[in-house]
Write a protein that binds this ligand. Structure first.
Ligand SMILES: Cc1ncc(COP(=O)(O)O)c(C=O)c1O
Length: 460
């Protein structure tokens, strides 16, 4: 350990266990301690400024110093700092937020169930689906489909939905009853000479064959992020969701949209489902719901799902599910104010206006010799680094090229994420301006140049 004794960094190493961190390396490297934020920037304890190119964890849509959200929290704290929604109880911000979410929803929604995180939302959806099919007497219809490279969270069931090796390895996951189907990544998974339309048709046919093999009476639901986030920012090919949903409808399989990243403006529409022509039966949302200022997430469900759950709870005597803090009035008040601000300041329109510039700068990176693909939609994107552009050959994962590049970015004043498959993601706060987009990509271009130098030197 090379930290000054008793510094924040040394105390962190001694006491904090970090998620998504190489814990061996952390004992040497220590943390980056962030002390405050302003707009799209955060500042470390040495006073250095960084553009937060990931809006934290794809979530701080309004940036890092929105006073109105602080006010909303204080006001609600003073009035009613805690209450819950168990056993017929409720509170005004929760009711108003449910109404607001229903009015925004991209498909007709019957009820909103509040939880604390995206993982809890997806776990809860699985429990809803079990309860729903049991209520309908379809006791075998339980298998849940997800996709390779999906990210749906980390609780036992949500991590099982997630289709990334690091979330399964050594955790004894996935659990039984969750299956992973094709990832819709054209660049990596299309066959030689296959058009996007042919790729989509093949994935839909594969899904159909999978459900036929499993038996349609055993397959309950299909989970999908409209745009895959942590799996590498993968935008599905044209016509993907309509083709997939035709198969799901044929076999009476529910579609669940995981809007945890895409929801509330990220892709250029309020919902990713709207951008990608996805018409789900239920929606999980979180993150930008409160601009991440307080933890809150929600499950939005259709009338048929609600009716079955309602009737089953009547038979059993209670709906035996719920979290102490699900429907907490303080995060609900902050989320409500967040959704109002998105509309009052036309944040959705702002994203639609600056996204073309963001995408132009992003796509330009595709000309760099290290970049195999530059992809994205709205204000989210990624570049995939490759060892050989022509053959699309990946780097040896042991080299950690994307991690090295993200380290250079950080030194240049940009925080963003290296994802599996040597992808580097960009998902800045939605308030970012065109000038700030330029500054962000300028930092990244310097980091990319340093990565290239480092690769040349390590090969020598
Ligand atoms: C699409 C998606 N679903 C679910 C989750 C899990 O959310 P949480 O970390 O709040 O449990 C995430 C987190 O990044 C996500 O990106």
């Amino acid at each position: 350990m090379n930290q000054i004794p008793n510094s924040l960094a040394a105390r962190d190493i001694a006491h904090v266990l970090h998620p998504y961190t190489n814990l061996v390396r952390h004992e040497q490297a220590g943390p980056l301690v962030i002390t405050h934020g302003k707009g799209i920037h955060v500042y470390d304890d040495q006073g250095r400024a960084y553009i937060e190119g990931m809006a934290g964890l794809w979530c701080a849509g309004l940036g890092f110093d929105e006073p109105e959200l602080v006010e909303a929290a204080i006001k609600q704290m003073r009035k009613l700092p805690f209450y819950h929604t168990f056993g017929h109880k409720s509170a005004e911000p929760v009711i108003e937020l449910a109404e607001k979410l229903k009015s925004l929803a991209p498909v007709p929604i019957s009820k909103v169930f509040f939880v604390n995180s995206g993982s809890e939302a997806n776990d809860t959806q699985i429990k809803f689906i079990r309860y729903y099919n049991n209520a309908l007497g379809r006791t075998k219809k339980k298998t849940i489909l997800s996709r390779q490279r999906a990210y749906h969270g980390v609780t036992i069931a949500a991590a099982s939905l997630t289709g990334l090796p690091a979330n399964h390895r050594a955790f004894d996951l996935p659990i039984a009853g969750i299956e992973h189907v094709d990832c819709p990544h054209y660049y990596r998974n299309a066959l030689p000479g296959e058009s996007e339309a042919e790729f989509t048709a093949r994935l839909a046919a594969n899904l159909d064959a999978f459900i036929e093999r499993a038996g349609p009476d055993s397959v309950a639901a299909f989970f999908a992020e409209p745009v895959m986030g942590a799996g590498g920012v993968i935008v599905p090919p044209e016509g993907y969701f309509p083709a997939i949903q035709a198969v799901l409808r044929k076999h009476d399989v529910l579609a669940i949209a995981d809007e945890v990243i895409c929801g509330f403006g990220r892709t250029g529409s309020v919902w990713g489902s709207q951008t990608l022509d996805f018409k789900p039966d239920a929606i999980s949302c979180a993150k930008q719901l409160s601009s991440a200022y307080l933890p809150i997430a929600a499950c939005l469900i259709s009338e048929p799902i609600y009716e079955a759950i309602r009737d089953q709870s009547g038979t059993i005597g209670t709906f035996g599910h719920g979290f102490t803090y699900g429907g907490h009035p303080v995060p609900a008040a902050v989320a409500l104010r967040t959704l109002q601000i998105y509309e009052e300041r036309d944040i959705y329109g702002h994203v639609a206006r600056v996204a073309p510039h963001f995408q132009r700068r992003l796509r330009k990176l595709g000309d760099h010799p290290l970049v195999g693909e530059a992809r994205g939609v709205g204000l989210v994107g990624a570049v995939e680094l490759v060892a050989d552009k022509a053959s699309r050959k990946s780097f040896d994962p042991a080299l950690g090229v994307a991690n090295m590049c993200a380290g250079f970015s950080q030194e240049e004043g940009l925080i963003h994420r290296a994802l599996a498959g040597d992808a580097l993601a960009f998902c800045p706060p939605m308030i970012i301006t065109e000038a700030e987009i330029d500054e962000m990509f300028d930092h990244f271009e310097r980091a990319l140049a340093r990565t290239q130098d480092w690769l040349v030197k390590s090969a020598a």
